[in-house]
Unconditional design. Structure first.
Ligand SMILES: [Zn+2]
Ligand SMILES: [Zn+2]
Length: 392
């Protein structure tokens, strides 16, 4: 504790990367928007053509596929418009061409007029619909927040390694049904602990109370699961992938080894399964958890007032990602600061934010390298152990 008090906090310096910056009027914004909307339009048309294979059974209940065709229509026209803009601005024409080509391909496959019919549900599918909606929603909400209230003004949208995190983002959303199948299989091991009479009385509680209990129970599981990933030697390399990101923003939280992504979702399903809250509460928790998971990684100075002493906020989770000494192995909570406070792992200076992010030991930069990293670390650990055994 005394070490923490003596610690000299520094301010993080982020240099403006002019090469990666978006500037009004040079065509780069139009080019990227054209490709972004063109690619999403093509994916959406494919999802309309092959809904059994490319949409998520659980998510389909939450949206009206016919109404979303109107959004698709505007997305396609805007992609063409922004693509044409790059030609007038005479820069980034290649990006503009790529965007236009993607949209024309989407038109050729039927565009926004593909008939919407009944869908044959498949157990395993790709969550293309989930990916498109999450990308549009995240880009609209969190990018606006980062631009309006940035913590580090000089940090650009296309910061170093954004491509890596974008691929993680896509994987985590496309694999949604595989994750759910695994999570359901995992929770089925707890069938013996399910009590219908307990669940009935739980559902009779006021909605707000149900939500709060669900939040605390889920956070208790997530806290310990997270802490184990930090302290168990062979698990750390799996979780280190999430910590290897050095510029936090709305996309950074997506970086995570698939073992962690699958195990985290499976673990958090257990308290939800046992408590059995009403459907509305469960949906509210899923939405809250999804938004908070992105928000806490955001590059934003959004003021939370006293709420920052109750809920996990960007400042709290940014400290979790810091490689500075007093912050190492602290702030494990996902939703609330409660368990970090209770178990003595909280690091939350009043005003300071970290100056350094990432892991103390560098990790591979590529996705393949990061995917293999926990396995190669395990092999190294086993070799060292057997060598030590021989030397004794
Ligand atoms: Zn961690
Ligand atoms: Zn994180």
């Amino acid at each position: 504790m005394s070490n923490k008090e003596k610690y000299e906090y520094r301010n993080r310096v982020v240099e403006l990367d002019a090469e990666r910056q978006f500037r009004l009027g040079d065509g780069k914004i139009s080019g990227y928007l054209s490709v972004f909307l063109g690619a999403l339009s093509l994916l959406a048309v494919l999802a309309y053509l092959y809904p059994s294979l490319l949409t998520t059974t659980e998510l389909r209940k939450a949206y009206d596929a016919e109404k979303l065709q109107v959004v698709l229509k505007y997305g396609m026209y805007f992609s063409l418009f922004f693509g044409a803009m790059t030609h007038f601005l005479k820069k980034y024409r290649r990006l503009g061409c790529a965007g236009i080509l993607l949209t024309l391909l989407a038109f050729a496959l039927g565009g926004y007029a593909v008939p919407v019919g009944p869908v044959e549900p498949m157990e395993l599918s790709l969550g293309v619909d989930w990916l498109i909606l999450a990308l549009l929603g995240s880009a609209a909400i969190f990018l606006s927040l980062e631009k309006l209230l940035p913590k580090y003004k000089n940090q650009v949208i296309l910061r170093a390694e954004w491509e890596t995190d974008f691929i993680y983002f896509c994987f985590n959303h496309l694999a949604i049904s595989a994750i759910l199948i695994y999570a359901n299989y995992h929770t089925s091991h707890f069938n013996w602990a399910v009590s219908p009479s307990f669940q009935e009385s739980f559902q009779a509680l006021p909605t707000v109370l149900q939500f709060l209990i669900v939040l605390v129970a889920a956070d208790f599981v997530l806290y310990w699961e997270h802490r184990l990933f930090h302290v168990v030697k062979c698990l750390w390399p799996v979780h280190a992938v999430h910590h290897s990101v050095e510029n936090l923003d709305w996309l950074a939280g997506s970086r995570g080894h698939f073992i962690q992504v699958f195990s985290e979702r499976a673990m958090v399903m257990v308290p939800l399964y046992l408590l059995g809250p009403s459907e509305g509460v469960l949906n509210a928790y899923v939405v809250f958890a999804a938004l908070q998971a992105v928000l806490i990684h955001c590059n934003t100075r959004l003021p939370f007032g006293v709420l920052k002493y109750i809920f996990v906020t960007p400042q709290f989770h940014h400290w979790h990602h810091s490689s500075e000494k007093p912050a190492i192995d602290t702030n494990f909570g996902a939703h609330l600061v409660l368990f970090d406070w209770l178990f003595g792992t909280m690091h939350m200076p009043k005003t300071h934010w970290p100056a350094e992010y990432g892991t103390t030991k560098p990790l591979p930069k590529t996705i393949v390298g990061q995917t293999i990293y926990p396995f190669s670390s395990l092999v190294k650990m086993m070799r060292t152990k057997s060598r030590q055994g021989r030397d004794r």
